[in-house]
Design a protein around this ligand. Structure first.
Ligand code: PSV
Ligand code: MN
Ligand code: MN
Length: 431
């Protein structure tokens, strides 16, 4: 695997932190041992964690009002892969990249797969895009895509999704994520039932094109760009559609796609119970689809999601394996720093959830000991597992402090010299 950041620099940075990390690790190990937990087991578990990076996250996003370009933004999918490789090299927790078509459409898929391979990366779920028009496109998605009234528009959207499957196949992926912004901005604009019937008809054609070992993930979102009635607005609709379509169709939970205060961990529990939890887009949110860094607003919610995943995995064994992906957009931070921080925060919740003694919790629940049940979860959540995460990275060849090592490497300055700012549109294609 090509190391984009000089491995010697990472080793020097780690050496500076080694004594402190060792001391913190031993202190934490002692504390955990008194609780009956083995720190070495938790560190080994942390090393198994992997979350895919969204290719579009490597660029600076924006809001509906403006986009302030970042320095050295990737100009194409190959440069996005380089940035993703830096994230993985320093965190050792992000070996997958989730591409978005047509933004990342390669002229030669095998060349792209080869480039990823040489950077130690693989391709996770591929994403289709029928929420914006591309230059030269025949039909417009202004009034919907897979649910549009026009047969021609629907045919174009279906064909694009099938092309995504073909591209994904060539890239070694095994899942397609479908998010549509289709819906209505005004009461009366659409027949609510008719829209969903057309969605299912379109999805049946896409489903039929899935290879045997593939899944299709249905991503729901409460609102935006349809502000009155989004066709796939909630997990109930997503679940109903996934059930209608068949076993290869599952639901994808983007944490930012719910109304504030929604109990997302319960949605996770329900989908897992009925075998329809396909995967996640991890991010955080204060108001809506904010696409903020994971754990930056509500880390307890993230922990509770992983607490449900720990329960589901205990019940489902190795067959329970939802796809973990980040989905975020950066306006004011360096995307590489934000994506590294998010990966670490999701990994943190994963490790903390493994510290919950599930038999003890079941006992407390059985005895209706409400206070201690809640305290048991809180105790795991309050435990600072940073030394475990740092040790897991160092042992895997990553950085004890990924952001510090990244800054010391001067990577952003280097690429800023090589990648002149692109005028106008964003590098991710998000406009
Ligand atoms: C939509 O808000 C979404 O969360 C979907 O996952 C898209 O594919 C992604 O954002 C990128 O715009
Ligand atoms: Mn998403
Ligand atoms: Mn979103």
């Amino acid at each position: 695997m090509t190391n984009i950041i000089d491995a010697g620099l990472v080793a020097d940075q780690n050496a500076k932190l080694e004594a402190g990390l060792q001391a913190d690790y031993e202190a934490l190990g002692g504390m955990l041992a008194r609780r009956g937990l083995d720190i070495e087991e938790l560190t080994a578990l942390a090393q198994t964690f992997d979350v895919a990076v969204p290719s579009w996250g490597a660029g600076t996003g924006g809001t509906r009002f403006a986009r302030f370009a970042g320095r050295g933004e990737p100009r194409n999918v190959f440069e996005k892969l380089e940035d993703c490789s830096v994230i993985n090299q320093l965190t050792r927790a992000t070996s997958g990249v989730s591409p978005h078509f047509p933004w990342d459409k390669p002229s030669d898929a095998s060349e792209l797969r080869q480039a990823a391979d040489s950077l130690g990366l693989v391709f996770d779920a591929v994403n289709s895009n029928t929420f914006q028009d591309q230059l030269g496109q025949e039909q417009t998605y202004k009034f919907g895509s897979l649910t549009a009234q026009s047969k021609e528009v629907r045919a174009q959207a279906i064909a694009h999704n099938i092309e995504c499957i073909e591209l994904g196949r060539a890239l070694g992926s095994n899942a397609l994520t479908v998010w549509v912004g289709d819906g209505a901005n005004f009461p009366g604009q659409n027949n609510l039932r008719g829209s969903l019937e057309r969605y299912l008809d379109s999805m049946r054609e896409i489903y039929a094109a899935l290879p045997d070992d593939w899944n299709v993930f249905i991503e729901h979102k409460l609102f935006e760009p349809a502000f009155y009635a989004t066709v796939i607005a909630d997990w109930g609709t997503s679940f109903a559609c996934a059930t209608e379509l068949g076993p290869k169709a599952k639901c994808l939970v983007d944490l930012g796609h719910h109304a504030p205060n929604t109990n997302i961990e319960m949605i996770v529990a329900r989908l897992a119970q009925f075998g329809k939890l396909g995967g996640f887009h991890f991010n955080d949110s204060k108001y809506g689809d904010d696409d903020l860094d994971s754990g930056s607003i509500n880390p307890f919610q993230l922990f509770l999601v992983f607490n449900e995943l720990a329960d589901a995995s205990l019940r489902g064994g190795s067959s329970f394996k939802p796809a973990y992906m980040l989905d975020q957009s950066h306006n004011v931070t360096d995307p590489i720093e934000s994506l590294m921080s998010s990966a670490v925060e999701v990994q943190r919740a994963f490790v903390q959830s493994a510290m919950v003694d599930r038999a003890e919790l079941a006992g407390l629940q059985g005895a209706n000991d409400v206070l201690n049940s809640a305290q048991l979860l809180k105790r795991a959540f309050r435990t600072d597992v940073s030394p475990i995460l740092a040790m897991a990275r160092v042992r895997a060849g990553g950085a004890a402090d990924p952001v510090a090592a990244y800054r010391a490497s001067g990577y952003r300055d280097r690429v800023a010299g090589l990648r002149p700012a692109k005028a106008g549109a964003s590098s991710s294609g998000i406009v």
